[in-house]
Design a protein. Structure first.
Ligand code: ARG
Length: 566
């Protein structure tokens, strides 16, 4: 609509480009002020008249084009030109577009590949609430890009290499046993890691031992590697449990340990390119010219480091997947790290540094305090999910005790609540974790959206027959609340595109809330099954079905499943 309207306006009023006019066109907050509005203040300078008389002039000129533009009425109010669409025509346009394949969402990404690096937890550490964020944001971005036709490679860049494993081996040998690790899993690894860190103050020689074991790992020592592999296996069992609950898969679990072997070749390449300099025994790329600390490639003892393993990973991924874009979903605190890594790629002369994108998210705190495994100020992802499922079960027992398959429904609702809570706010916002917020099922929450889906389903089940799109009378869908619902649905494709370009699943979450709010208003204000006029009834039922389809698809784009009943 904006395209067409701006084209006509630019033809009838001189002095301003079509694109500029398109930018000016607004959607009024309330349909009583029109479906589209043109504020005329910006024309005042070009036309040397006051905005009110310009609005009047534009209105008069547009009157002749009303039919072409599917506009029913034009009001000039103050400095605004308010356009009211021909509702039946507009409804027809929206519904026809949604009836197309993929609900009319253009597959703009066809032929392009996006790598998404997300979740990527550190092994031997619990999967906590912070990892939950990268996991659900990354998963949603995968679904959204996939919907747009991109080939998506889901990468779990496991933190499975580094000096901490040297510490862990020392701690294991001193304070733990095979039985204890087997019995308590990650928790045991965490406990002994914490113990190491508190003991090392008093016994500094522990650090030398730890460095020694890590050096052994780097050198390929059998014993060191087999303990490390075992720790990794134990960790993966826990991570996979969480992924299974969330319904998440990855295409690659190629983590840091894989890339350390590629660092010697990287060092050689950097030397050839004249980028590697020695600094206090370590090898670094000097980034002082760009106001950044040096990017370390190898440490004093020659071992690889987080930065160099990431640079090696960029080169490997480019070679293997030939990505058009590679996204990194991590906390905001890693911004400098990625700036350094991307700068290194640029300095190496690879133009695709432009397609490496850090997608940061805000910090999670607990009662205003930083999360820390060391102080015990921590919440584990699995506990949150389980608690939410229990809470959902309690509510279902209270409100719908005869519901079938309560266990499955509680899972979908509880997990849906946690995911939605995470994705609803802009990702960059810090979250102070609160059980009450996460477990709230009212207002702008996942269960509210799921409930709307179930309500739509129940209407259709009661009706029992199928409705096809060929017998819809568009005029029957033009009363105020139905029309608002159509307008809300019409934003589907835009919401997907905006969520993709801004790497922002919250756009989708907010779209769903506005869709469900308008749906529930429509449900309250319009008769559906009880409607006497058959044409109106069929059209409304058709709309219920469409809204239902879009809700479930939108939820899927967030990684949320909808139970048929709840
Ligand atoms: N393992 C890291 C952490 O838990 C995140 C890794 C992100 N991905 C990457 N390619 N650096 O903080």
């Amino acid at each position: 609509m904006k395209e067409n309207v701006s084209k006509v306006i630019s033809e009838v009023v001189g002095g301003m480009e079509r694109e500029q006019i398109k930018e000016l066109l607004e959607t009024p907050p309330d349909s009583s002020m029109g479906d589209m509005a043109l504020p005329c203040f910006a024309f005042a300078k070009v036309m040397h008249k006051n905005p009110a008389s310009i609005a009047l002039e534009i209105k008069e000129k547009l009157e002749d084009y009303k039919d072409d533009l599917c506009i029913d009425r034009i009001d000039a109010v103050g400095g605004y030109c308010n356009l009211f669409f021909d509702r039946a025509e507009y409804v027809k346009k929206v519904l026809t577009s949604l009836q197309q394949d993929n609900h009319g969402v253009m597959k703009t990404g066809e032929g392009k590949t996006v790598c998404i690096d997300y979740s990527s937890p550190n092994i031997a550490k619990n999967f906590h609430v912070g990892h939950l964020r990268t996991t659900v944001i990354g998963n949603s971005l995968y679904k959204i890009y996939d919907k747009l036709g991109y080939k998506v490679v889901r990468i779990n860049h496991l933190g499975d290499w580094g000096t901490q494993f040297g510490k862990l081996i020392v701690a294991y040998k001193k304070w733990s046993s095979k039985e204890a690790v087997e019995e308590k899993g990650i928790q045991e690894l965490l406990d002994i890691y914490v113990k190491f860190n508190s003991e090392k103050e008093a016994y500094p020689e522990l650090m030398d031992e730890a460095r020694g074991w890590f050096a052994k790992m780097e050198a390929g020592d059998k014993e060191a590697l087999s303990i490390w592999k075992w720790f990794k296996k134990i960790s993966m069992i826990e991570f996979e449990r969480v992924y299974k609950m969330l319904g998440i898969d990855f295409d690659s679990y190629t983590g840091e340990s894989f890339y350390r072997e590629k660092v010697p070749a990287l060092s050689k390449l950097l030397t050839e390119k004249g980028l590697l300099v020695e600094s206090q025994g370590a090898n670094v790329i000097d980034l002082s010219e760009y106001d950044m600390p040096p990017c370390m490639i190898t440490k004093k003892d020659g071992s690889s480091i987080y930065h160099s393993r990431d640079i090696a990973a960029v080169l490997y991924r480019k070679e293997k997947y030939d990505f058009d874009k590679c996204l990194y979903v991590t906390g905001l605190e890693q911004s400098l790290h990625f700036k350094q890594v991307f700068k290194a790629i640029e300095l190496m002369g690879y133009d695709y540094y432009k397609n490496l994108i850090h997608v940061p998210y805000g910090l999670v705190s607990l009662e205003g305090e930083k999360l820390s495994t060391r102080t015990g100020n921590i919440i584990y992802a699995e506990d949150i999910l389980n608690e939410a499922i229990n809470r959902a079960k309690e509510l279902i027992n209270e409100k719908n005790p005869t519901l079938e398959d309560k266990d499955n429904v509680s899972k979908k609702v509880g997990i849906g609540a946690v995911i939605f809570h995470d994705l609803f706010n802009q990702r960059i916002k810090n979250i102070d974790f609160s059980w009450d917020d996460v477990l709230s099922f009212e207002g702008t929450t996942g269960p509210y959206v799921q409930y709307t889906y179930a309500r739509a389903g129940s209407i259709l089940r009661k009706y029992g027959k199928k409705i096809t799109d060929s017998n819809i009378e568009y005029k029957a869908l033009t009363d105020d609340s139905t029309y608002e619902l159509i307008k809300a649905i019409s934003g589907y494709e835009k919401a997907i595109e905006a969520a993709a370009t801004r790497y922002e699943p919250s756009v989708m979450a907010r779209f769903l809330i506005s869709l469900c709010t308008t749906f529930n208003k429509f449900y309250q204000e319009c008769k559906i099954l009880k409607e006497e006029n058959e044409n109106v009834k069929t059209a409304r039922l058709y709309l219920v079905g469409l809204a239902k389809d879009i809700i479930v698809e939108g939820c899927d784009l967030l990684g949320i499943q909808c139970p048929e009943e709840m």
